[in-house]
Design a protein around this ligand. Sequence first.
Ligand code: PHB
Length: 390
Amino acid sequence: MFSRRSLLAAGAAGLILSSAAQAQETVKIGMILPMTGPFASTGRQIEAAAKLYIAQHGDRVAGKKIQLLVQDDGGVADQTKRIAQEMIVNQKVAVLTGFGLTPLAFAVAPLATQAKVPTIVMAAATSSITEKSPYILRTSFTLPQAAVPLADWAAKEGIKTVVTVVADYGPGIDAETAFKNRFGAAGGQVTESIRVPVANPDFAPFLQRVKDAKPNAVFVFVPSGVGSAFMKQFKERGLAEAGIKLIGTGDVTDDDILNSMGDVALGTITTHHYSAAHDSPENKAFVTAFKAANKDMRPNFMAAGGYDGIALIYQALKATNGATGGDALLAAMKTAKWESPRGPVAIDPQTRELVQNIYLREVKSVGGELYNVEFGKAEAVKDPAKSPAN
Ligand code: PHB
């Protein structure tokens, strides 16, 4: 006969065992996003897309249960770092994801290296981020990837002079540099480069300077969410009437806010990796499901980064047969390729950047809504800042 005490002890051991087994069966994905503050739209879009991917593909992969943990850093780098630390040490996450802005990605890079945790940047887009840790991969884009094909297009269109206006931090400086070098090499000239503050920028004085300089076109980079304020001032200053064409990376005509910009946005030419209007069966299914799951939202390029980030994790887990060691997952991620709502994509194993098409788009009214309508593409673009052949 067993004593009551030994039965209790056996029961407790069983409980401990089963929760340990359960822990091994669960793969935690730590997602850190700005869910509040001026860049909350980025967090909202990425979270919605990540949850959609899991809902569509099921929460079990290679015998493991997927658990998504989402935490808000408010867009503050100290918070990103603190949350990442907590997720690594206490939650024992297998992968870190999210990162709405460049400084937030920079803040976690040393932790990713130290803990050997694959870290997928779904939003931030300064080229050098992936060089800050060998454990960082990216499913968004880099500003040079988007800016170079636009410089080629502008030169081909006969645009001779451009003033650049960019947000004064990593991605803006990358965009300015890549556009200026490529456009200059193609025979064009950037006559003035203006940098505006990242936080609450007042574009009016800067756009007045552009108007006075009378270039053929103004090239703009502002981070997702800030495009409306820019467009409002572009209109109020009368730049279009002065014959100055508006071009930029697609961040300024972000699908999340494009519809609310009004007619001033019509005709804007941008280059980017994702448009809600991208014409493919994969994207039509994605947009339909995203809208059905999220009332009054339309997916933007941040959503594409979130959706593909989870796709990358699922693919890697399948390849490792559910093994979650950081180095095994990282190795599997480095050779991943798949069909995204944005088109065919692959991780470049050398740089851990996404190789993807960059589309030329024009803002048009389609069925009473404003869309970035694609009219051309550069195929399989690597990050030109790291792959000079592109
Ligand atoms: C960035 O901070 O890296 C960033 C944010 C928003 C964008 C692009 C880049 O649209």
